[in-house]
Design a protein around this ligand. Structure first.
Ligand code: NAD
Ligand code: DAU
Length: 339
């Protein structure tokens, strides 16, 4: 029997990297191709345990390069595409939106064209709840798949644009697609520019934690392993053309998240430093995941169990994040926060 070929874009990043490891272990009869440009957010050291496996392959390439994508797809004849590759950090999109338009919109279209050309069996586009904009603080309101798109940052606007292109390839050409829109992820290999790993690494170094505004903005946290299982399910069971929200009802204010980490590490809240708010800062995200629940998905981590597992992972893997914060990132952090 010929093995199915699965192309995972962005598989050197946080969620894509966890997904590649999950798929390589779970499906020895699939060939997993990790395609990544290895930008500042990409790192292959995380794949040391799987890189020698027969069913894992790495391709260094830029999804924006349409000709390269076309010839690659014609050569490899992938069966499925799971598209994670993106510029993913809201703060960076505020200081430099251009690369977000290139990678997230132009790159997605290059992949859609190549997928259409060879007639792939499924294109799963990994999107975000941020395309819906923000909710108010009324705890009974949630994002559903029918919530209108109202992105507020250049990042979320670029993701919403790519969602519309993906949808159009289904409506116009019948490309078999799904779009997933997940809430905030956390867990192993989360890049330390994002709130949770930034807080853990800085608390461990007794450094100040920059909390934007009053710290009352709310995010809905999902462990990355639960997100990986959701995408696996959508890949195999998702109805073509459908959108699925992914989230586990774990709403916390940013201040609660930061204080939970400080407490777990036995440090003092004096490390908290309130700083100038993020422009256009979305107040609250909260997902209604019931449509995905009908396919049989439910999260296995609560925030309480997931955050302790994650803190322990950062304690056990200090080499990984220390090599990152000692490089290019150091300059970024000083410029961003002046702390
Ligand atoms: P990440 O920034 O950690 O990783 C992105 C990866 O894409 C990196 O490995 C990078 O090298 C690669 N990449 C960037 N530009 C590329 C290009 N031109 N060609 C090929 N590869 C390129 O991102 P993440 O947090 O893992 O997010 C992955 C996806 O999930 C994104 O599409 C993001 O919008 C979406 N998402 C993220 C979250 C979250 O909480 N992190 C939540 C919902 C959805
Ligand atoms: O909701 C899904 C999105 O979650 C993904 O689409 C994005 O790719 C991902 O980066 C994430 O976006 P956020 O902007 O919500 O994540 P971030 O970790 O940057 O910020 C989380 C919250 O914490 C947000 O309200 C801003 C605040 N924050 C963030 C940083 C980096 C701070 O208060 N201080 C900080 O230093």
């Amino acid at each position: 029997m010929t093995k199915k070929k699965i192309l995972v874009t962005g598989g050197a990043g946080f969620i894509g990297g966890n997904f590649v490891q999950f798929m390589v272990e779970k499906y020895p009869h699939y060939d997993i191709y990790n395609l990544d440009l290895l930008t500042y957010a990409g790192d292959l050291t995380k794949h040391r345990d799987i890189e020698k496996k027969d069913n894992y392959h790495f391709i260094k390439a830029d999804i924006v390069n349409s000709d390269e994508m076309t010839s690659l797809f014609e050569k490899e004849k992938f069966n499925y595409v799971i598209h994670f590759a993106a510029e993913s950090h809201v703060d960076r999109s505020i200081t430099d939106p251009n690369i977000f338009v290139q990678t997230n919109i132009v790159g997605t279209q290059a992949l859609l064209n190549a997928s259409k050309l060879i007639g792939i069996s499924k294109f799963v586009h990994v999107s975000t709840d941020e395309v819906y904009g923000e909710l108010d603080f009324n705890p009974s309101t949630f994002f559903t798949e029918d919530t209108p798109l109202q992105p507020n940052s250049p990042y979320s606007a670029s993701k919403a644009s790519s969602d519309l292109l993906v949808r159009a390839y289904y409506e116009t050409y019948g490309l078999p697609i799904n779009i997933t829109r997940c809430s905030n992820n956390y867990g192993p290999y989360h890049f330390p520019e994002k709130l949770i790993p930034l807080t853990i690494s800085r608390v461990l170094n007794d450094q100040k934690i920059p909390v934007y505004g009053d710290g009352e903005n709310i995010r809905d946290w999902l462990h990355v392993y639960d997100h990986c299982a959701a995408i696996d399910l959508v890949l195999h069971e998702g109805v073509n053309g459908e959108i699925y929200n992914v989230g586990g009802h774990n709403e916390r204010t940013n201040l609660e998240v930061v204080q939970t980490i400080i407490r777990a590490l036995g440090k003092s809240n004096e490390l908290i430093e309130f700083v100038t708010d993020r422009p256009g800062h979305d107040k609250r995200y909260a997902i209604d995941p019931s449509k995905l629940g009908e396919l049989g998905w439910k999260p296995t981590y609560t925030f309480e169990t997931g955050i302790i597992q994650t803190i322990q992972w950062y304690l056990d893997n200090q080499n990984w994040w220390k090599q990152i914060i000692s490089g290019e990132y150091e300059g970024y952090f000083e410029k961003q926060y002046n702390l």
